[in-house]
Structure formats: structure tokens, C-alpha cells
Design a protein around this ligand. Sequence first.
Ligand code: XMP
Length: 520
Amino acid sequence: MNTSTIVILDFGSQYTQLIARRIRELNVFSVVLPCTAPLAEISAHHPKGIVLSGGPSSVYDADAPPADPAVLALGVPVLGICYGLHYIVHHLGGKVRPSDKREYGHAEVSVLDGGVRLFAGLPETLQVWMSHGDEALELPPGFRRTAETSNALAGIADEERRIWAVQFHPEVHHSKQGTALLRNFVFDICGASPDWTPELFIQETVERVRAQVGNGHAICGLSGGVDSSVAAVLVHRAIGDRLTCVFVNNGVLRKDEFAKVQKNMRDNLGLKVVAVDASERFLSRLAGVTDPEQKRKIIGNEFISVFDDEAAKIFAAEKTAGEHVAWLVQGTLYPDVIESSSVKGPSQTIKSHHNVGGLPADMKLKLIEPLRDLFKDEVRRIGRDLQMPEDILERQPFPGPGLAVRILGEVTADRVALLQEADEIVVAEIKAAGLYRKIWQSFAVLLPVKSVGVMGDQRTYAYTCAIRAVHSEDGMTADWVPLPYEVLRTISSRIVSEVRGINRVVYDITSKPPGTIEWE
Ligand code: XMP
């Protein structure tokens, strides 16, 4: 791709992906590489600029994440952030030490002497997000202080060498002028062009897939969610009905979802869809199982097996017609790609998340992953440009194992039906309150806890339902949402009066960490 690229070297900060996203929001392509990436790999991207991310280590630690200091001499503009600043100071002859006064959270930064190009057009006082325990004690030759807090150094630069660094995190939303600062770096300093647009991405992806697949055929497992749908539509644009989509009812979908998704995919998007109702098969495998991981495994394995069967049928039919299915489309996103190549190595899997089935071994399908370079919000932008319906694009994330991880204890058809009703009320009321698009996920959880209630003159003894609503950027961390009392009141009274079998509603006020988003 012939676009301007900013390379971000990841030293293990939880915010590295945010740097990439903020830069891409400026329509400039950015790519995250582990800090250990060889110089040749970095240069191969022909970067217009390089950002050194933050990180949890100290530069003077024996096991500090290594990067080739030659990146500082490539002649390409460099922006160091937090650990990136320490890295620059340490490797160019300055000194970094543990700070007496650690700074975490909001801070006020004063820009010194009219500042430098990085701060051009910004106010003299910046509201920023700090998170560091080390500080630069001595600057390397040629560098000067460009900003400070009341406690410590906040920015340095050697404009001749084209190296800038800040102690705070411009990529975090709490840094009010963060985007303006990144804009200065990317456009004014690096001279990048805002050429990373949805139209360009669609055009190039369609051409690439068309060239890749040639006359071949492809299959795609649909989940009803944003990623697999956008991936399917993109590939469909490239190869038309030589793409067959498979949509499986695993018995733990939401109310009427099996029918709705089929309608959307066939009628609205024109995809060729094979729909398989395997709900009984899944539910019978889940009978008696209460362990969350076991549930995930069963659903994951069963999905692969159903998908394999269907793929084999499509495979056989195409073969009879003299064709050959050689490709499998997957909606893998960029965060998964970064995760598996990051400096920390694949992060510890806390839950086994099965999104897509494995490859049928004997079919030797090759992968098409058209969204590998994209973040979720970019996938939505692409979908919008492809004129896909908003109800697909704005759908909140829904886990592969579906309602099974929201029914604590055994999953039965009756419990699924109860939760489907409760879930539908939650979604409807959140939408009615105009909150659906503002919230990362909002849903109901069915607890295997019965309690006593009273309805009319009758005593009830029925299940409890928990409501969960969280804000999140990527699902890795999340804050519970203080839903308006009115919304909670309506959800609660509707569930208790409309869903026979639930007589108590509670609200989950746990953030992640320490809680997870799903209850299982
Ligand atoms: P947790 O519960 O781990 O969830 O905080 C983080 C995000 O991942 C989703 N999730 C899953 N997605 N298969 C999936 O495809 C799974 O097994 C699974 N478990 C959790 C969850 O909905 C949230 O968005």
C-alpha cells in the first residue's frame, strides 16, 4: 500500500494500541511492531515517523525490553512517550533514575519558552495523563527541556536530530490536547498525508482478494456480528457468489437472532447463506455441564464440527460442479494480530475465547483475513462505506459461546428462553434511552439463584437476573456504567412482570479488572 505510515514500537504499554488508533483517526496509517523488530523490518514500512511507546519497565533494569538504538539515527522523526522518553535519554547519553515523586493520573503541564514544533498552536498549560515512576535526571547532549509539571520534567527535544519526547500519554483521552499534539507530530513534523481512508481500503482490499482467489471459491462462518459480516461483504464484493457463508444456530443465540441474521445477510446484503439449525445438537452436549470453560470448549468444538460438516457438503457440491473451495474467510482484527506478536508474547489467555472454527484439516483451506489491519471502529467505518445496515454495524459485541456464558450453571432450553426474554428487554430499553451506541456492552445474566417474592397475592419463588452494562474501548478493561435510575427501574419492572420465571433483578457494579465483563 502506498500510504504514509507511522511505525509504533511497542515497549509493552497498555496504551500502545491507543497510539495507533489516535493516529489512524487522523487518516494516517500506523502499524505497531514489537520493540525487538529488526531495523530492516522497520525500514521496510518506509515510515514517515517512529513513535516509541510507553512501557511498564525501567530502562536501567537488566531485563528492560530491548530495541535497536539505531532507530534513533534513521533520520526519521521520532516521538518518545513515557518509557520512550526514558529510552531516548538512556541511549543517547543522559541519565534516568527512579523518581521520588511518582506521578499517576491527571497532571498539569507547562510548555516552556514558547515550546517546540510538537506543541505548536497548543496552550501554554496542558491537561495530561501521567503514569510513570522514573524520571530523566540528565538530558543527553543537544536536548533541552520543553515542558514540565510542578514536580518533574514533562517534555524534551532535540529538533536538529528530529527527536521529541513527552513524559505524559497524549494517546489517552484524559490528555485534552493529546490529539492536537499527535497531529503536530504526524502532519507538521513527519509530513504524512491523511490518505488512509475507507474508500482506499475497500478498493485495495477488493482488488487484492480478487487477485488472490482468482477463479476459486471461499467459505465464511458468519456470527451475525460486525467483523464476520464486514469481512464477508468485502469478499463478496470481490468474488460475488463464489463466496458461501455458513450461519449456525448454536441454541444460545439471542431471541429471534437466527431468523434476523439470515434475513439481514440474504435480503439486505445479498450474501449466499447456508443456515444450519444445530440448536438441539448443542443443547444436548451442554446438558449437565456447569463449568464455564467446559461450556466454551463444548460450544467451540461443536461449532467446528458443524462447520466442517457444512463445509464438506459445500466442498462436495462445488467439486461436482467442477469447482474447488480453497479459501476460508475470517474476521480477524488487528488487536489479535498485535497481541500475538507483541513484546510480551501472546498475553495470558484468561478465558478460552473461541470465535471461529478451526480449519477442516483435509480441506487445507487457505485464509483470507481482510480486516487484519483494522481496529473495531475502523471496521464499522468500512461497513458504513459499504452501505451495510446500522443494526449490524452498531451491534454490541456478543461472545461466541453466546448466552451459555450468561447462564450460570447448567444451560437448558428453558433457561435459554428465559434469558432471551430478559435480554430482549434490556436491549430494547437501553436503545429506547438512546444509550445503546454509547455503551460497549449491556446485557442480562441469569443466575441459578431462586429467591422469594410476591406478585399480586401470590408468593413466587423464581430466578434472579443480573443486569450488566460497561464502557470499554477494547474489552480488555471496562468500567461499569451508572445507568440512569429511570432506565434501571423500567428494565427491572418489565423483566419481573413480563418474564415468568424471574422475580428479582440486581445490578452489577463491578469494573474490569477485577471483574470480567461476562460472568463466566
Ligand atoms: P471478558 O468476560 O473476558 O470479556 O471480560 C471480554 C470481551 O470478550 C467477550 N468474550 C468472548 N468472546 N468468545 C468470544 O467470542 C468468548 O468465549 C468470550 N468470552 C468473553 C466479552 O463479551 C467481552 O466483549
